[in-house]
Design a protein around this ligand. Structure first.
Ligand SMILES: O=C(O)CCC(=O)C(=O)O
Ligand SMILES: [Fe+2]
Length: 354
């Protein structure tokens, strides 16, 4: 897999949205976001003005220390203790496209009022006792990523040409994000493993911010390119149909998180922005650690096509083709999430994934 082309994904710096004195830079940045979301659904977000590299390095170290603990120590926070969504999942416990993923991980969700572990995703988070500092540092990261989510959403609203009122309305759907954070550990993928380190999928929420250790040639992104011959087209998930494209590596870049948009953005933009397939194929010899943070809509958010996206489409499509716009079906985010989490577990109820 190391022969895949290197990433050509754009790098977008969030810095102009952290301050108020660079209006032109804000405009060009939100325009670049708009193009990146239409073209790739994936980009690098340079957060070096927002997060210190020592902070992210500490997170991967803590996660690695946890995964190196004996199995029975890790199993103390097994997700079977809880709502089958929050907690630790053993290697190969997660399933994508019917095949076991070669990773282990801990999932955390936004805490809820009145937790009830008999209800999917409605239990309590389980934090490891070891290594110490784990809970504190990761909680800090949650706060930081939640704030980043709102900053990026506003920048994207600008990129879509939303009015202030339209942004306020969208903001009210994401201001109590039902976020998810995962720490994932990937041993090298054995050659005879029937599946991937993490099988091809789209993220189904709003925005993913992925911090990973420096391992190259692990995360791969599917770039749609009509006419291209896919590298292993036999393995496309069915919903991808026979769409053609190529897999590229999205190797980590210092100071950046990899950011991708989930399926809720497809609905909000009525398909103008596309949520993009990605997968992990980690054939290196080291133990890889990644930490995705999923900034999601509020549980009760009613996600439907945004007027700003429909305006763009009306200009581009209807005039060009004469066809009326077909609107995507609205969903309540929490219902959508619950319909998804049932599919991902070999033995039990399921959790957040594709
Ligand atoms: O580990 C990675 O690089 C990606 C993980 C991922 O795509 C996910 O958890 O949704
Ligand atoms: Fe993903």
């Amino acid at each position: 897999m190391s022969s895949l082309p290197a990433s050509t994904l754009p790098i977008i710096n969030i810095a102009p949205f952290l301050r108020n004195d660079q209006p032109e830079l804000r405009i060009s940045t939100s325009a670049a976001l708009h193009v990146a979301c239409m073209k790739y659904g994936f980009f690098y977000l340079d957060i070096s003005a927002y997060a210190n590299p020592s902070e992210t390095a500490k997170l991967t170290t803590l996660a690695r220390e946890f995964f190196m603990l004996p199995q029975d120590e890790k199993d103390k926070i097994s997700l079977s203790n809880e709502d089958h969504a929050r907690g630790y999942a053993r290697l190969k416990e997660n399933v994508t496209n019917g095949k076991a993923d070669n990773h282990e991980g801990i999932d955390f969700y936004k805490p809820v009022d009145n937790p009830d572990k008999s209800k999917p995703v409605w239990g309590e988070n389980q934090w490891p006792e070891k290594p110490i500092e784990f809970k504190e540092r990761f909680n800090d990261w949650v706060e930081k990523m939640k704030a980043l989510g709102l900053i990026l959403m506003e920048a994207m609203a600008d990129g879509l040409g939303m009015t202030t009122n339209e942004w306020e309305e969208l903001r009210s759907q994401v201001d109590d994000s039902f976020w998810v954070m995962r720490t994932i550990g990937y041993p090298p993928l054995p050659n005879d493993h029937d599946g991937f380190s993490c099988g091809a999928h789209k993220d189904y929420g709003c925005l993913t911010f992925l911090h990973a250790d420096p391992t190259p040639s692990a995360l791969q992104v599917f770039l749609r390119q009509p006419g291209a011959i896919g590298i292993d087209s036999a393995r496309f998930p069915t919903e991808q149909g026979n769409e053609q494209g190529v897999w590229i590596n999205a190797d980590p870049i210092p100071g950046c998180v990899v950011c991708n948009i989930g399926e809720m953005w497809e609905i909000w933009t009525n398909g103008l922005y596309r949520s993009t397939l990605h997968r992990v194929v980690h054939r290196g010899s080291n133990y890889r650690v990644s930490i995705p943070f999923f900034f999601e809509p509020n549980f009760s958010a009613n996600v439907k096509p945004l007027a700003a996206a429909l305006r763009i489409q009306a200009e581009e499509d209807v005039e060009a083709t004469g066809r009326p716009l077909v609107h995507r079906t609205p969903v309540v985010y929490g219902d959508f999430l619950l319909s998804k989490v049932g599919n991902n577990f070999s033995g039990s109820k399921g959790r957040y994934d594709n």
